[in-house]
Design a binder for this molecule. Structure first.
Ligand SMILES: [Zn+2]
Ligand SMILES: [Zn+2]
Length: 160
């Protein structure tokens, strides 16, 4: 599975993608469809939040890029998967890409306006960009300066 996202930052923003993401996955370990799996680039396995068991899934590529004011992210997620039926909901078949794909990406953003006016904790804000959130705008909670905007949520594609 490949996840891609882009946001636009203002000159006042210090923007960094987090290496964490949450992805809905049909989990072969607990035999449930639509589980949220927590992943972290660099961790050899994920954590299925159904009953918090290790999931055979990892972030195998994590590429952040800058194009002017745009900050792009492309993640490849590799998992061990085979067909199964949901163990609770009779007749629901799992698929390699969940029937209702959903992902949440995290980021950290700092405010240069606050930095320049001597605020000590100008760097610590966290935000997230998730599927279905058509537009996201985040501004500094202290001074109101616009920092990050997104015209669309992340995209999820099944890749060969
Ligand atoms: Zn599971
Ligand atoms: Zn600020």
């Amino acid at each position: 599975v490949e996840v891609t996202a882009r946001v636009t930052v203002t000159p006042a923003a210090h923007f960094v993608w987090s290496n964490r993401l949450d992805l809905v996955h049909d989990c072969l370990v607990c035999l449930r469809v639509g589980r949220v799996v927590q992943l972290r680039h660099g961790m050899p396995y994920g954590l299925c939040t159904g009953n918090e068991h290790p999931a055979p899934m990892r972030v195998s590529a994590f590429d952040a890029a800058e194009h002017g004011a745009e900050r792009r992210l492309r993640c490849r997620i590799t998992s061990w998967w085979a067909p199964f039926s949901d163990s609770v909901e009779a007749g629901v078949q799992a698929s390699e890409l969940s029937a209702e794909p959903w992902v949440r990406l995290h980021y950290r953003v700092g405010c240069h306006t606050c930095r320049d006016s001597g605020v000590g904790e100008w760097l610590g804000m966290e935000g997230a960009l998730e599927s279905g959130a058509a537009s996201a705008v985040s501004s500094c909670p202290r001074c109101g300066t616009a920092l990050v905007s997104a015209v669309a949520g992340p995209e999820i594609d099944l890749v060969g």
